[in-house]
Design a protein around this ligand. Structure first.
Ligand code: NAD
Ligand code: IPM
Ligand code: MN
Length: 383
């Protein structure tokens, strides 16, 4: 790439470091990204956003609409983690993370799981086998629509007003029982445009990866409307539009069993939103640890890159957080920006570090004693 200094490409990135270990691991991701950018002839203009538990507890504000407009002017978003034990679950997660995914219509949640050098997999792999699979999670629908409530009067009347680029939903979730019956209801929706677009993404990815199968993760035996529809719609796309690909269906319960017996058995796992959330943590555990699982929330507009893990309040502030998941999410961000060589350099630096580090220099998660900062420094040194 022959770019003069004056026309050096500068990427404007929104950063939401968030809660718990979020700021710890994002600091290291930025460090590695800055060093990589300098080496590959581009730079970053980091735009920090303060949203998360600290901001909420101090101001009462979760995330204003103006933030969305500001982020819209950026090339991508880098996020650490959202969620804090001092705040009721859902307020920050829905009000920040899920809000961003829905607002920017990031319909793909891409979560690769790969074996890494010297990272112990809890299930032994057959000779020569590696884990190299990817969860392609539908990221805007299913039980995540946000249509639901709890009633203590036996009456539930919840207006539905969903505005999407692909469709609008208007109406009411209206359920009546007797006054003594307290209940909760949550509506899940999978739409034809929603399932078709994520299926096409999964198929294109399978072809890029040189695979011959897309595995659709379902549960149509117990929840035939919601997941039978997902399964059928996905099957029609795979068989109708991608004749060179094989369609395979596995129920999510059986998938957990098969994955634990043979974590290397799958390639592209196409999941409805909730199953994709759960399976991506299982995959992370099988591949060796939460601290290396990277992810991207991708759409046709602004995309967001973040580790699979959360704010890990149990280790926040101890130095024990593994920043590799955030660093590899940075590599996914670079891939998305088209900086392929720089992205590959980060992947290689992580593998080199893990392959060559002394036991002591490994993250706590892998039995070592290196803080997130020391791990970030060592990986930076390998770029
Ligand atoms: P979690 O992913 O935060 O933690 C699960 C386990 O993995 C913990 O034992 C934790 O210590 C460990 N872990 C996670 N990241 C690690 C890392 N980088 N290095 C080493 N160990 C790591 O899940 P949780 O405990 O269910 O959730 C904690 C909070 O995070 C909750 O508020 C939850 O809502 C939120 N959360 C946010 C996101 C996100 O922002 N994307 C994702 C998941 C959970
Ligand atoms: C994830 C998280 C989120 C999800 C939560 C924090 C809302 O678990 O990114 O995997 O359920 O999608
Ligand atoms: Mn999750």
């Amino acid at each position: 790439m022959n770019r003069g200094e004056h026309d050096m490409k500068n990427y404007k990135i929104a950063v939401v470091a968030g809660d718990g270990i979020g700021p710890e691991v994002i600091g290291e991701a930025r460090k590695v990204l800055d060093i990589t950018a300098a080496k590959y002839g581009f730079s970053f203009n980091w735009n920090e956003f303060p949203y998360g538990a600290g901001h909420y507890l101090a101001t009462g504000e979760v995330m204003p609409e103006t933030a969305l407009a500001d982020m819209e002017t950026c090339d991508a978003i880098l996020l650490g983690a959202i969620g804090d034990p001092r705040v009721k679950p859902g307020i920050l997660e829905r009000g920040i993370l899920l809000k961003l995914r829905m607002y920017f219509d990031q319909y793909v949640n891409l979560r690769p799981a790969r074996s890494l050098p010297r990272v112990h997999t809890p299930v032994p792999l057959a000779n020569g086998e590696i884990i190299d699979s990817v969860v392609v999670r539908e990221n805007t629908e299913d039980l995540y629509m946000g249509i639901g409530d709890v009633t203590e009067t036996g009456e539930l009347d919840m207006p539905i007003n969903v505005q999407r680029k692909t469709y609008t939903l208007k109406g009411k979730l209206s359920i009546h029982s007797d006054p003594s019956c307290h209940f909760a209801a949550q509506a899940a929706i999978n739409s034809r445009p929603g399932v078709e677009r994520i299926t096409r993404y999964a198929c294109d990815l399978a072809q890029k990866r040189g695979e011959d199968t897309v595995t659709v993760v379902s549960k149509s035996n117990a929840v035939p409307a919601l997941y039978g529809f997902f399964e059928e719609t996905a099957k029609n796309v795979i068989c109708g539009e991608y004749p060179e690909l094989k369609y395979e269906m596995v129920n999510v319960d059986a998938l957990c069993y098969h994955l634990v017996r043979d974590p290397s058995a799958y390639g592209v796992l196409l999941c409805p939103n909730l199953f994709g959330d759960i399976i991506s943590d299982l995959q992370a555990g099988l591949a060796g640890g939460m601290g290396t699982a990277a992810g991207g929330n991708i759409g046709d507009g602004i995309s967001l890159f973040e580790p699979v893990h959360g704010s890990a309040p149990d280790i926040a502030g101890t130095g024990k957080a593994n920043p590799i998941a955030a660093i590899l999410s940075g590599a996914l961000l670079l891939q998305h920006l088209g900086e392929t060589k720089a992205a590959e350099a980060i992947d290689k630096a992580v593998s080199d570090f893990l392959g060559q580090a002394s036991m002591e220099d490994l993250p706590f998660e892998f039995g070592g004693h290196a803080t997130f900062e020391q791990v970030g420094d060592k990986i930076s040194g390998k770029i």
